[in-house]
Design a protein around this ligand. Structure first.
Ligand SMILES: *Cc1c(COP(=O)(O)O)cnc(C)c1O
Length: 402
């Protein structure tokens, strides 16, 4: 089944959406550019990840609209393949999943004074508490709603982002007191790793030690958290000793290798493929300066093809001259600077026609680069490449939905 996302369905210019009877890979109506989101790849990745952590629950992280792949669609596919929990940053993201009809256990971990805790709790959304003040605010909001909130207490363990540091002993004591009064349920104690992408980084062991001490302090205070969780994708794939009761996987779910400098130990399938139709083709003489600043000059007489995707659509601008774009199994190089909405390919003597499909990013079947390669070329992270792609002019088309 093929379905165009209804949340960003502005087909570009022509006002035509994909006919659902049309094969996504062959002909997407008159769209100029689109993203194919392969939900079968999501299910495959979730199964491979789950095999690496058989004793732990798998939380799939769908913050930032599922790393721009579409949070509800990814969530449904992940849950069907065995994920048991969902994770997002903000309460707004969590409420959007509930509105989409998703009832699975769901944790939102980024909130501040005045956040809509009561609304979240009424929707069965689990919340993180990083400090005594935050826990008090959550408990008060829950009492006003007549609910008992499910809380994950976050400990600082060496990333120095969110989580209680000096306040930890006070936080667990306060949580225990509230729990004894029936005002909260502490379901989790958790933290986050700073350097898990480097398997041999000493911070990983230090954070493990610090985390175990934090758990011990919580248990000594009388808490019995059912879910101790620390690992992200990288630690899930490489450090079984960090799995504890649950792992939180984002990047690997989307089929992108979370490790720096080494291959992923399980076979992951990239989920998103970015495609566009060539809009214009012409011959250019040798020495033609292409695009802004004339940073590229044609080495010989050649054919140039215009592709309607640019940095406003999330294509990285940074030094990408020569970056390969897939065209019928061949890699053709990008010529000159990426513009706001367009880029130019130097296709040599290939017989490219307006309307032909090129692939900018994907699993590599068409000669294109993967997200990891674009990240390396542009000096960004794979996370930035993926989240950058969620732009309204490039609608998401879901393939292999079940
Ligand atoms: C984003 C995030 C994750 C997922 O990280 P990946 O490296 O994408 O697996 C897990 N936990 C927290 C707290 C996060 O912010």
């Amino acid at each position: 089944m093929i379905q165009v996302s209804t949340r960003d369905d502005c087909s570009w210019g022509e006002g035509v959406l994909v006919d659902s009877s049309v094969q996504a890979s062959s002909n997407n109506g008159r769209l100029l550019a689109w993203r194919e989101i392969d939900l079968d790849a999501v299910r495959h990745n979730v199964r491979r990840i789950a095999e690496t952590c058989p004793a732990a629950q798998l939380m799939v992280v769908v913050k930032a609209d599922g790393y721009s792949h579409g949070a509800p669609e990814v969530a449904r596919a992940a849950l069907a393949a065995g994920a048991t929990y969902l994770g997002v940053a903000t309460i707004g993201e969590a409420l959007a999943l509930r509105r989409a009809g998703i009832t699975a256990p769901l944790l939102a971990w980024l909130a501040g004074p005045g956040s809509p805790y009561g609304t979240a709790i009424a929707q069965g959304i689990e919340l993180a508490a990083y400090s005594c003040a935050q826990l008090s605010e959550i408990v008060q909001a829950a009492q006003e709603q007549g609910h008992v909130p499910r809380i994950h207490l976050k400990a600082e363990t060496g990333m120095w982002r969110g989580g209680a540091a000096d306040e930890w002993a006070l936080l667990v004591a306060q949580a225990r007191a509230h729990e004894a009064q029936g005002l909260v349920r502490v379901v989790g104690v958790w933290s986050h790793l700073a350097c898990a992408d480097r398997v041999d980084h000493p911070a990983n062991d230090q954070q493990r030690d610090w985390f175990l001490r934090a758990v011990q302090v919580a248990e000594e205070a009388g808490l019995r958290p059912r879910l101790r969780h620390l690992a992200n994708s990288a630690a899930t794939l490489t450090r079984p000793d960090l799995h504890f009761d649950m792992v939180r996987c984002g990047l690997a779910t989307y089929g992108v290798n979370p490790l720096s400098g080494q291959e992923a130990p399980v076979q992951l399938r990239p989920v998103v493929t970015v495609k566009a139709r060539v809009t214009h083709v012409k011959r250019a003489p040798a020495g033609a300066g292409v695009s802004y600043g004339h940073t590229y000059r044609t080495p010989a007489s050649t054919t140039l093809a215009l592709v309607p995707l640019g940095y406003a659509d999330g294509v990285p601008v940074a030094p990408l001259e020569g970056a390969p774009v897939g065209y019928r199994g061949k890699s053709v190089p990008l010529a000159g600077r990426v513009c706001m909405d367009q880029l130019v390919l130097d296709v040599g003597d290939l017989q490219v026609q307006p309307g032909d499909v090129v692939t900018l990013l994907g699993p590599g079947r068409d000669g294109e680069h993967r997200a990891e390669d674009w990240a390396a070329l542009s000096g960004r992270s794979s996370y930035e490449i993926l989240t950058g792609l969620g732009r309204p002019r490039v609608p998401a088309i879901y393939v292999n939905d079940e």
